[in-house]
Design a protein around this ligand. Structure first.
Ligand code: CDP
Length: 236
């Protein structure tokens, strides 16, 4: 049976990997896995259940992860995200949910509980998966792996612009603090810490716009998979 190609795009918070992944998936006609959305959905669920903190409730959160009722629906170029049948696309993007997501994501049982769900997104003709551990843990056999990075200051400015465009007025210094806290937790956790896979191409995006990032990724994919959409060399 033909191998279904997977492109992994990992990187830290607010680096633009979600947008890059969406553009690349659209160009290739591939499916998309926004793995961060799964952690955010689980985080929202724990907040709605009124759990004051995660560490003391790890087993319960892992079993919630196994039973998550979620759906991703295409909506005019965007994706609508549903939790228990309700559209929570905007709510899962708040900083409060992001901070809780990074806490639940540090729990080993939670990560294990979400593995099969994530691997289930690998469907023909191919998948673009973005997150923290796509190339290292979830799809170690991916045909093409990328790790995109940028300094914390640049990422805080990007997140600030994203929020301002949505009419939200957030202090850039507090965004920078949150990004640094989240980076610290994501990079230093014991399970699946944020780090590039040994075979990932690193792209620093400090000086690159999103369309340049997308072009570099597409160029790399074309080199690794010359016969795209058919699987090609696995040298990448
Ligand atoms: O949008 P942003 O990059 O800030 O966050 P996200 O990609 O939506 O992920 C939210 C949180 O989920 C991150 O801070 C990570 O702690 C966690 N996460 C993870 O641990 N592993 C993944 N594959 C994806 C996200």
């Amino acid at each position: 049976m033909a191998v279904i190609p997977v492109i992994t795009i990992d990187g830290p918070s607010a680096v633009g990997k979600g947008t890059a992944a969406r553009l690349v998936a659209a160009e290739l006609g591939f499916h998309l896995l926004d793995s961060g959305a799964l952690y955010r959905l689980l985080a929202l669920k724990t907040l709605r259940l009124g759990m004051p903190q995660v560490a003391a409730n790890a087993a319960q959160i892992a079993s919630l992860a196994e039973q998550l009722d979620i759906a991703f629906e295409a909506d005019d170029g965007n994706t609508r995200v549903l939790l228990d049948g309700e559209d929570v696309s905007a709510e899962i993007r708040t900083e409060a949910v992001g901070a809780r997501a990074s806490e639940v994501a540090a729990l080993a049982d939670v990560r294990a509980a979400l593995l099969d769900l994530q691997r289930g997104f690998r469907r023909a003709p191919g998948l673009v998966a973005d997150g923290r551990d796509m190339g290292t843990v979830v799809f170690p056999d991916a045909q093409v792996k990328l790790f995109i990075d940028a300094s914390a200051a640049v990422r805080a400015r990007r997140r600030h612009k994203e929020l301002s465009d949505k009419g939200k007025n957030v202090n850039i210094a507090s965004l920078l603090r949150e990004i640094n806290e989240r980076d610290d937790r994501d990079r230093n956790r014991k399970v699946a810490p944020l780090r590039p896979a040994a075979d990932a191409l690193l792209i620093n995006t400090d000086e690159l716009g999103i369309h340049q990032v997308k072009s570099q990724i597409i160029d790399h994919i074309r080199q690794c998979l010359p016969d795209q959409p058919l699987p090609g060399s696995t040298d990448c």
